[in-house]
Each structure stands twice: as C-alpha cells, then as structure tokens.
Design a protein around this ligand. Structure first.
Ligand SMILES: [Fe+2]
Ligand SMILES: [Fe+2]
Length: 354
C-alpha cells in the first residue's frame, strides 16, 4: 500500500546497526549511524526513521542540530520505548510525523508509512489566533482519525472550530491567520487551515450571511478529509508525482465524500464541494469530469480558495508564493476556461481588502 517509491533512511545510535530485520523490509533503503545525519544527501529518501535514545540529552542535541539543518521538511518517524512519556514528548518536539514503540514490527513500519501528520508540540505563544488555530488543527486531527477508524465525525467539535475561525479571521484579518498557520502548522493540516481562512475571509468580504460564512468555513476544514487515507510519503513528496502517485492522491475527494455521506450530517452543497473541489469548468478536472453548470457555486468558491491556499503554503523547501503571484495564476486559469472570472475577481478584492 505504501508503494514502491517509499525509501526510508534509518538512522540509529545502536552500535551494531539496526535492531530489526531491515534486509527483509525493502522500504528501509539505507541504515546509517546517527552521527552521519546532517552529512547524508537526503534526495533519494522519502522519510527518515530515527531509532535512538530520546532520553539522552546529547542525542537530543545532535538530533535537533541535524534535523533543523535539513533543507526540506522530509517526514520523520521516531521509535520510542513503551511507557516512557519523555521519549514521546522529545519525538514531538523534534517534529515527529508519527511514532512507533520498540521493537518495530513490519505492521508498525507500515503504520508509520501510511500515517498522516501529527502536529509537533511546539511552544506556541498564547495569543488568541494561535489558540484557535491549534484547536482547529486538533479538531482536524480527530476528524482524520475518525475517517481512518470509520467512526462518526464529531460535528460539535467541527462546528466549534469553524465558529472560532470565523471570529478570529473576522477580528484579526486574513493576513494574521495565514502567518500564524504558516508559522506553526505543516503539511496537510497547514493546507486545510490556510484554505479555511481564505474561504472564511472570502465569505465575509463579499458580504455573505452568517449561515453561508459558516458553511464555507466548514467546507474548508473538511474538503481534504479524504487525504487521511493517502500515505503521507506521497502527500508530502516534494518533487513531481508519478502517474501512480497522482492516482493515489486523486482518490481523496471520493474517499472524503463517501465518509462524510455515511458518518456526518452535512448539507448536500458541502458534500458536493468535498467531492468536486478538483473539477474545472472546462471538464478537465477530477473525479467526475464535471463541466460548467454541473458544478455548483459553493464548490466553485472552494476550488478557487483551495488553489489560492495551496499556492500560499510554506514548506521547508518552498517559500510561500506572494498574493499577487497566486492571483496571477488563478487569472491564467480563468483565461484557460477552468475557473469563473467573477469569483476570482471577488477573491482578489477579498484578499486585498484591509
Ligand atoms: Fe483536495
Ligand atoms: Fe485542498
């Protein structure tokens, strides 16, 4: 399921090398002593797995230095000892995307490779915006978990997150929301939170009703929930996707739609937005190749704000695109017949308004 493109670099402080049967696990492409991390060219690898003593302060120092020096935000997994909370905390501080307890099993490795991002426990300044963003990120995490476990969506938690975002973006403006999210969140959650803020601001600035503002905000939070089923190594891949990897990612609108249809109580327009936010007016999108009037208004708005949010993402290897550059790309897509010109113009006004 993780695909043949997964290549994990295992770094270990064990003197005799790996403590598990790496030779039988093709996903582990190379094993190196911890001391080499920072000197290794990471471009062939899709993730790092750290097997080291996370209760040793010299190990933590070394890991901090070398992981901070990495030029791209490659997913990093950590092995921890069962019942040792300090190791779990250290792993999170070091930006763990996921952890497994020792000894690592084949199933454990598989879980790591298919896990979605967890938020690191960074020390966040306790401002209103960071608190709202952190709570929304937690609600997203629970929603992603609920999809994976095939259990009911906690709609009260989603509604609370969405109300707080409406207040926060309304009071502090879009710029402050985007800066806060880019500073403290990464990967899929960063993306969802950025898109949500862009949608909320859009709805507020064009003067929508409270009910519609809240609908668009909720659609933003949930639009990519189907990504909970996609391996993080593919979601986070910095380079161009292979056709097989693209096919994996392209499953997410239907995965999200099916889950929310079965396990949440949402209106048909939110469900349509989740399913169809990658459709284009000229019929060139996915998953259904819808055209023009087959795509509803709410979906069209989510599509435009989704692209704007994606272009505004900050990654370790890619700075955020400026608003004028992102808007120029959207305008080119209007010219190409993919997006609705009036909506992109409205987005420009919403983004540029103070
Ligand atoms: Fe999407
Ligand atoms: Fe998206």
């Amino acid at each position: 399921m993780a695909g043949s493109s997964v290549a994990v670099l295992l770094v270990t402080d064990a003197p005799s090398g790996a403590s598990f049967p790496v030779a039988r696990w093709p996903a582990i492409a190379r094993v190196e002593p911890l001391s080499e991390l920072g000197k290794i060219d990471l471009s062939p690898f899709s993730a790092i797995l750290v097997d080291a003593d996370l209760s040793s302060s010299s190990t933590i120092d070394r890991l901090k230095k070398s992981l901070l020096a990495l030029e791209r935000n490659i997913p990093r997994y950590f092995l921890v000892t069962e019942g040792r909370r300090v190791e779990m905390v250290q792993a999170n501080v070091l930006g763990a995307h996921a952890t497994e307890t020792r000894p690592l099993t084949a199933e454990g490795l598989q879980r790591l490779l298919t896990s979605t991002l967890r938020e690191p426990l960074d020390e966040l300044p306790d401002t209103a915006v960071t608190v709202v963003a952190q709570a929304a990120s937690k609600a997203l995490g629970s929603a992603f978990e609920a999809l994976r476990a095939d259990t009911t969506l906690d709609s009260a938690a989603m509604a609370a997150a969405s109300n707080d975002i409406v207040d926060s973006v309304g009071a502090g403006g879009l710029g402050q929301w985007l800066d806060t999210v880019r500073a403290h969140h990464h990967g899929t959650y960063q993306h969802c939170l950025l898109v949500t803020g862009v949608l909320t601001n859009f709805a507020q600035k064009v003067g929508m009703s409270g009910a519609d503002i809240s609908k668009l905000t909720t659609a933003g939070l949930l639009h990519d929930i189907g990504k909970a089923t996609i391996p993080v190594a593919i979601l986070e891949k910095p380079g161009k996707l292979t056709p097989e990897e693209f096919a994996e990612i392209a499953r997410h609108p239907v995965e999200g739609f099916d889950y929310l249809t079965a396990h949440a109580n949402l209106g048909p327009d939110i469900l349509a937005a989740v399913r169809s936010h990658h459709e284009y007016l000229d019929g060139s999108g996915y998953p259904d190749g819808l055209m023009g009037s087959q795509i509803g208004d709410l979906t069209r708005i989510v599509t435009i704000c989704d692209i704007y949010g994606a272009l505004s993402e900050r990654r370790a290897y890619k700075p955020a695109m400026s608003p004028p550059e992102a808007l120029a790309i959207l305008e080119d897509m209007c010219t190409a017949g993919k997006l609705e010109t009036a909506l992109v113009r409205a987005l420009r006004e919403a983004v540029e308004a103070r």
